[in-house]
Design a protein around this ligand. Structure first.
Ligand code: GLA
Length: 741
């Protein structure tokens, strides 16, 4: 009995040794310190041992890095592989050609490479028995508080290895009062904030749409380490999986002291066969950390996005009118010309013709035909695109156009010619999408890639004046099946689709580096750092209702900067919610992102047009602050105070724009006074209201206040507008421009 107890005690000890090594055994020369200006990630990489995670968070000084092994923290596997004493979740699982389901990854070496704008640290791991290798990579940016991490999985053997899980990264998060904030939603309700404490068990955030990946959930998460998340205080980790396809983020909270966070491509229905000598590169997970709350993490994401992850992230965006909600499919030459004239007269800079312009044999009059037939409908547009481009020139605005190049309809010439180009399983009739006829093209097929590239290439070759493309994608992969991939590689379909997508986008960007491209996918289906490097911006949602946009844009701003968030003034009643919101409020919400219009100007009164003209002129003034500034979210619409408020401050704190939106109206209610943030306490800021509709100016109009006062006390915002009696309504919003003396 006694010996049984001793053996089980020994087994238990062995178990724990494999799980977490006491850190005191670490010798300093094996420490790997990956860092940016303000972040540190520390690993222990001892030759012949597993790679161990030691620390991620605030930048450590050298002596703290050296002392880390004595901090009492156990060492955890930095990239846990399944099979040998790995009862918890694994980041990697494989099946070798002989059926062996284990992987053991031991450190071979560490290399550090100076890149143009970052430092790349690569830790090479090798299985001692099988010819199988994994590089765990870390890119630390010089000018951004962001560390990207991913893996490169190599089969050095002579037979294929099956990958059944292939996460990009694993991050242990110390238990405590840890909360996560992430985004969920659906079409027309994107970017809704979910905030919850991490409890025992597994929390999974995933996507399996196949094409679009940010409607129902997002691949980004905030992890608040010290209790319920706050906007401007608290220690927060931010993580974003940069992948355009299906993903899975999971938090495993087991009986240990750690929440185990994994992020990677969703392995469901995606087992990957790694051929001999092939390397599988997982998408990067971007990691940041701030001691200034959720907004601090957002600022880190935003500046990294502008500097490295968005096309033209440091160029101002034009103010545009998009034709969709104005005319829908009723495109005519005269109609387009009128709209161009209207947006030009209001000070806008670009006109975008949306859906409905194409189709020869099958004209696109509703959403059930013609995708793939990217030739102008000559009945609607006898002068063709050349005529429109000319008109735009005449009005002094740029010209942009809508396409949905990854798709087709069963009613189209493309489908008649190439039924083998659509995704569908053998022997089965495909399930159809939008309009009862839509299908997704098979981007794993190089011929289809050429076709999709050709859609943009042909437009741009024939009409180099086109400045802007709205690239849409309105269908999920509803048919698991590639007619191009062989039968034994059907599980590669999702991954190959996105490789094809990436290759097409790379070709477009190589040939058309200056083109502005919007990522639209049934609204906000492609708000993701895997997509954005090829795109300038995304359409936040097909829902343009200003009130709902306050919530959606709030959540979306957790990870994405205002410059990327297309935000348009639309009609009242709103076409999605049928809510009637006064123009002033609609403008004030749209002006907090990349301002545009999505409306039929013909239906606007002169007074409304005048208000828009004024707003566009004022937006031009504040555009650098909104599009390049630092965000400080002040009062959340989710907190029940009946107000939402945020501000942007220029990097040098000389200019700021403050937004305040009331969410509901009740007589004599008590609204919070909003303290500002991000200003220089020692400078004086003169306050000027934008988009003013009130008969009398606010008491503080033109007055100067110190940043200290504005941040410790704030201004008293009246909850009604002082307008003529017949103009009164139950909405109220303010935009204040602050300029330092
Ligand atoms: C999608 C987009 C819309 C619009 C339509 C056109 O729904 O999200 O903005 O372009 O397609 O059909």
């Amino acid at each position: 009995m006694k010996s049984v107890r001793i053996i089980s005690a020994l087994l238990l000890a062995a178990f724990y040794v494999c799980q977490a090594v006491p850190a005191a055994a670490v010798s300093p020369e094996n420490l790997v310190h990956v860092h940016t200006g303000a972040l540190s990630l520390v690993l222990e990489a001892e030759q012949g041992s597993p790679l161990r995670f030691m620390y991620f968070g605030d930048r450590l000084c050298d002596s703290d890095v050296q002392a880390l092994p004595l901090s009492g923290s156990p060492l955890l596997d930095a990239y846990p592989a399944y099979g040998m004493n790995c009862p918890s979740e694994a980041a990697l699982s494989v099946v070798h050609a002989d059926g062996n389901m284990t992987a053991v990854l031991l450190v071979e070496g560490v290399s550090v490479e100076q890149e143009a704008e970052a430092v790349l640290t690569r830790v090479s791991l090798k299985d001692p028995v099988y010819p199988f290798e994994v590089d765990v990579c870390y890119r630390a940016w010089n000018d951004s508080e962001m560390i990207e991490t991913w893996t490169e999985i190599r089969n050095m053997g002579k037979k294929p290895v099956h990958l059944t899980r292939f996460d990009s990264a694993f991050l242990p998060v110390r238990r405590g009062d840890v909360w996560i904030s992430h985004l969920y939603g659906s079409w027309a309700n994107e970017g809704i904030v979910a905030c919850e404490p991490l409890k025992p068990g597994i929390k999974t955030i995933r996507n399996k749409d196949g094409v679009r990946n940010s409607h129902t959930a997002h691949a980004e998460v905030m992890i608040s380490l010290d209790g319920r998340p706050e906007e401007n205080s608290g220690d927060v980790i931010g993580a974003a999986l940069c992948y355009s396809g299906n993903y899975e983020l999971r938090f495993d909270t087991d009986d240990s002291e750690w929440h185990r966070f994994f992020a990677g491509i969703n392995p469901d229905a995606s087992e990957y066969v790694l051929e001999p000598k092939e390397t599988f590169v997982t998408p990067a997970m971007a990691l940041t950390y701030s001691r200034e709350g959720l907004s601090g993490v957002s600022r880190n994401f935003h500046s990294w996005a502008r500097n490295h992850m968005l096309a033209h992230g440091n160029q101002e965006r034009k103010i545009l009118l998009n034709s969709w909600e104005g005319v829908y499919f009723n495109i005519t030459e005269q109609g387009m010309d009128d709209m161009m004239g209207d947006i030009a007269s209001m000070g806008g800079e670009l006109f975008v013709m949306d859906d409905g312009w194409f189709g020869d044999k099958y004209p696109r009059n509703v959403d059930n035909s013609s995708l793939g037939d990217w030739t102008v409908d000559a009945d609607k547009l006898p002068g063709g695109i050349s005529g429109l481009v000319e008109d735009a020139g005449k009005h002094g605005v740029g010209f942009g156009i809508w396409i949905e190049p990854e798709m087709t309809n069963t009613v189209s010439e493309l489908y008649e010619q190439h039924p083998e180009w659509v995704l569908k399983p053998a022997l089965r009739e495909p399930v159809v999408g939008r309009g009862g006829t839509q299908l997704v093209l098979d981007l794993s097929n190089p011929e289809v890639q050429d076709f999709v590239f050709g859609v943009v290439d042909r437009l741009m070759t024939e009409h180099p004046e086109i400045e802007y493309v709205k690239w849409d994608a309105n269908m999920a992969i509803m048919n698991h099946g590639s007619q191009y991939l062989p039968g034994n590689r059907q599980s590669h379909m999702y991954i190959e689709y996105h490789r094809g997508f990436a290759s097409v986008c790379d070709r477009i960007r190589a040939k058309y580096p200056d083109l502005v491209i919007q990522a639209c996918a049934s609204g906000g289906g492609r708000a993701n750092y895997g997509v954005l490097p090829w795109f300038d911006e995304f359409w936040v949602s097909d829902n343009t209702d200003a009130l709902q946009r306050v919530y959606m844009q709030w959540g979306t701003s957790y990870f994405f900067p205002a410059i990327a968030m297309a935000s348009h003034i639309s009609a009242a009643p709103n076409h999605q919610t049928f809510r009637t919101i006064p123009l002033k409020y609609r403008i004030d919400v749209a002006m907090s992102g990349r301002l545009g219009m999505e409306i039929q100007p013909k239906n606007m009164t002169d007074e409304e047009k005048e208000l828009c003209r004024k707003a566009i002129a004022e937006y031009k003034e504040i555009r650098p602050v909104v599009q390049f500034g630092d965000i400080y979210r002040l009062v959340s619409p989710y907190d029940g105070f009946n107000v939402a408020s945020l501000m942007y401050c220029s990097q040098d704190k000389s200019h700021a724009v403050f937004y305040w939106w009331k969410l509901e109206h009740f007589c004599n209610e008590h609204l919070p006074r909003v303290k500002m943030a991000g200003l220089d306490p020692d400078r004086l800021y003169r306050v000027h209201e934008l988009n003013r509709i009130d008969n009398t100016a606010l008491p503080f109009e033109g007055q100067a206040f110190s940043g200290r006062y504005l941040m410790s006390t704030g201004l008293e915002i009246p909850y009604r507008h002082t307008v003529d009696y017949h103009k009164q309504n139950d909405w109220s919003s303010r935009v204040l421009y602050l300029v330092a003396e």
